[in-house]
Design a protein around this ligand. Sequence first.
Ligand SMILES: Nc1ncnc2c1ncn2[C@@H]1O[C@H](COP(=O)(O)OP(=O)(O)O)[C@@H](O)[C@H]1O
Ligand SMILES: [Mg+2]
Length: 224
Amino acid sequence: MGMIVPSLAQWLETSGVLDASGIFVTGTDTGVGKTHVGVLLIHTLRVLGRTVIPRKPVESGWLEDSGATDAAQLAQAAGVTLDSRVCPYHFRAALAPPRAADQEGQTLRIRELAATCPVRWEKGQFLHVEGAGGFYSPIAHDGLNADLAQILGLPVVLVAEDKLGCINQVLLTAEAIRQRQLRLAGVILNVRTPPLEGMDNLSDLQKYLQEPVVRFPFDSSHFG
Ligand SMILES: Nc1ncnc2c1ncn2[C@@H]1O[C@H](COP(=O)(O)OP(=O)(O)O)[C@@H](O)[C@H]1O
Ligand SMILES: [Mg+2]
């Protein structure tokens, strides 16, 4: 704890996340940094006095060593024990959740996933929900991440990888979020690879979006 990215704290303010009771974290794709960024969001929210309730309603590619899972990372960041409430449904295959569930003879219903999140929580508590994959990725046999986000009705935080092509991915996803009558709180551009000379997705996106965009730095401590 204590490692706050100052721009992230400011982004939390301008995005309205600090006035919300929770967020639904989605991505432009799988592997873009929803969990990585989510961990620091949770840290920052805690520094700002929130008690964070983490949820990963379903996780596929679940490892036997569950310490490395998304659910474990979110739980650890929130300072809660990883129990079945954090991630009630998990499957071994690294496939979209309904496919991974098929392999274990189970059926995932969007309403059941939604029911894993509390409907009421106290002032000062903050619900952090990470989806699976991107906004239009299947998350259950009967629905997409977008459907789960709609049932929960939380503001949506969109994480994108800061790379060539991301403007298209962000604007398409932003349009889909609005189409679902959800509020896009803002966009986090996550730097996972060295940026191309002359590329500036942050300022380009700011021209096309009303919502605040922040760049999240590459974290070399991960490899050190
Ligand atoms: N800013 C970053 N700096 C360094 N590594 C990162 C960064 N963001 C993500 N990663 C790494 O990239 C991989 C995918 O990120 P992850 O948060 O798991 O994506 P998602 O939750 O969207 O599937 C992970 O191994 C993570 O540690
Ligand atoms: Mg993740």
